[in-house]
Design a protein around this ligand. Structure first.
Ligand code: HEM
Length: 248
């Protein structure tokens, strides 16, 4: 018997699996089911809608070219809070969906301490204890959760205005709202780079749902071991040997 969240999540997975497909070929593993992918792309869509409509409000002289997409300046301003609410609502569902694999562990603390070697390339292999998500992905996830709380509180204050909350609250909210947006934007640039060119093979996980076994043992060895029951380093060595054998 799982928790209410797990039961809700599994029901949603089953419903979405009937609507869409998880395409997993030989030598691949299923990573993200249809429901997870749907939520992720809804989060991304509403994030960019909120971001671009927000740019027109934040720096109108610089982003005058964006506002016509949303029907002009006043309409951008009117739509922005609704895009923001859409983003937060879908991210709340994504949070329930990923709450388990995003739990922080002692291995994540060790991963973060070793971050300098990972970034500099001195560390060639992912530590064997890296599970479904690594600590960098978890940090970003929890930063987005914190960002959603900030957007929601400050956004409501800005929406209602100084008449309801007072000028001071509105001024502080502007600053916090914009800092949160800029921080998240910086993180998303890194995220898009790593999910596409930085770690090749990752993007498939969010399109048809699958990744190659080689991707799994390279970037998430403990997850590979958990789903296949095989040792990731041994599997990698065997694949290497097979590839170096001359074809008959
Ligand atoms: C439009 C460009 C985007 C691309 C190409 C992209 C791609 C991906 C991919 C391939 C994954 C799966 C990674 C894995 O399984 O290890 C993923 C995960 C994730 N995405 Fe995106 N994403 C994009 C935009 C966004 C946006 C806008 C957000 C939120 C504001 C977001 C939040 C996340 C989170 C929290 C995860 C799980 C942890 C992680 O992998 O960092 N993504 N994304």
């Amino acid at each position: 018997m799982g928790t209410a969240v797990e039961r809700f999540d599994e029901k949603a997975h089953q419903a979405f699996d009937r609507l869409g497909q998880n395409r997993v070929y030989e030598g691949e593993l299923l990573r993200h089911r249809v429901y997870t992918r749907f939520l992720h792309w809804m989060v991304a869509l509403f994030f960019f809608l909120a971001l671009f409509s927000g740019f027109g409000i934040y720096l109108p002289w610089l982003f005058r070219w964006v506002t016509p997409i949303f029907g002009g300046g006043p309409l951008s301003r009117a739509l922005h809070p609704w895009f923001g609410l859409g983003f937060v609502a879908f991210f709340v569902l994504q949070m329930l969906n990923w709450i388990k694999p995003m739990r922080w562990t002692a291995a994540d603390t060790r991963w973060l301490r070793n971050l300098r070697n990972v970034v500099s390339g001195a560390e060639k292999l992912e530590p064997p204890e890296t599970g479904f998500f690594n600590a960098g992905q978890k940090v970003q996830f929890w930063e987005i959760v914190a960002g959603c709380v900030v957007y929601l509180i400050t956004g409501i204050i800005l929406w209602a205005g100084a008449g309801t909350f007072g000028r001071m609250s509105v001024a502080v909210s502007y600053v916090l709202h914009d800092i949160s947006a800029l921080m998240m934007l910086g993180g998303i640039f890194i995220h898009i780079y790593l999910s596409t060119i930085g770690e090749p093979g990752t993007f498939h996980s969010m399109t048809r749902g699958a990744v190659s076994e080689a991707w799994a043992w390279t970037f998430h060895p403990a997850w590979y071991k958990q789903v296949t029951g095989r040792d990731p380093y041994q599997a990698c060595e065997e694949a290497r040997r097979r590839m170096s054998q001359p074809h008959s």
